[in-house]
Design a protein around this ligand. Sequence first.
Ligand SMILES: *Cc1c(COP(=O)(O)O)cnc(C)c1O
Length: 417
Amino acid sequence: MNTIEKASVTELVETTGHAGSEWLSRYSSSLMDVFGTPQRVLVRGAGCLVWDADGKEYLDLLGGIAVNALGHAHPFVTSVIASQLATLGHVSNFFTSPTQVALAEKLLELAHAPAGSKVFFSNSGTEANEAAFKLARRNTGNADTKRTKIIALEGAFHGRTMGALALTAKEAYRAPFEPLPGGVVHIPFGDIAALEAAVDDTVAAVFLEPIQGEAGVRPLPPGYLKAAREATSKAGALLILDEVQTGIGRTGKWLASEDAGIVPDAVTLAKGLGGGFPIGALITFGEATSSLLSAGQHGTTFGGNPVATAAALATLHALESQNVLANAAAVGEHLRSALAAIPGVTEVRGEGLLIGFDLDADVAPAVVQAALDAGFIVNSPGPRTIRLAPPLILTTAQADTFLAAFPAILQAAKDAQ
Ligand SMILES: *Cc1c(COP(=O)(O)O)cnc(C)c1O
């Protein structure tokens, strides 16, 4: 064998010099068609900007769907990942590593978790919720009560694997894959009376997103989390918060639920946690909940991998030391108030840099296309709803370029209908 030395990816795949159309035709011959046709072929990113194979520049206002908290190619995160990978890339969970332990400790600190709280690492959001689902199944109750039910909300999105899919409400995602794991009941969104009526001693857990991202950035009404905490505590059910999209500074706070004045039993995280590197986590609060899953009852090959945990440590450090959460809160506020003043925008929702806004016509998919043509990446979670989840380092000046362009983008979308 010849020795094989350092190389750059361009020696394996020519990332420039091929038109986007060529990649898309190769894509359609080789990739499973579950995502539809990709909108563009992206080759490079820096901060809040990305470039496609044809050299066009975009302001990324979606951030890989709330993932790229520090934007693209962040020098601090990239160099920490590279240094960990060059030191120790992977070990099995027969072993641990310093970054894994340090990240677990850091997450417990950021979540204000009480003594006895613990962390389980996964590779994605759906896997964090699978772990939470299995945790809930272990909340069996005593000999007399059998806790077979799990409550989730209409509009909920918790992931695409079978357990998380059972928690997800959308019929089009669920129906082709039934039977799903049983016992999940969906109750009306934001209705405290319906929640109180549903939570009794047959319920193992209640799963809630503080803000439903996929449903169009719908925040739970004030007081809902508190009522959920009271009802679940009374019934002995777990309160599990899915902060996969809302966590890690997205709302200008470490957790969207942190001002609700409650201590949940578990929180799931993923998306922003690794700053673009795949990692998820389940945090369990307190000794009793943290010991529901015992040795051998759950596992994963990659979960808590040294590189993924180093990426997350680097992301958390940069978010903290650069005061990025305050930026997300301020730029988000600026965007929301300016969007609300644009004709054709009928409602603006969200917190920090997780923003949803409704239009006065069912043109959201056409807005996504018109925005791309104008050099902006946005997303349409519904026929008249646009979602923004940009890097948390977005500047006011960058936000203003989108605000200035949006009226013409909306008009172009309406003209294209
Ligand atoms: C994205 C998301 C998930 C699923 O995460 P994946 O990493 O795509 O598996 C689960 N819950 C919420 C709230 C999400 O936004």
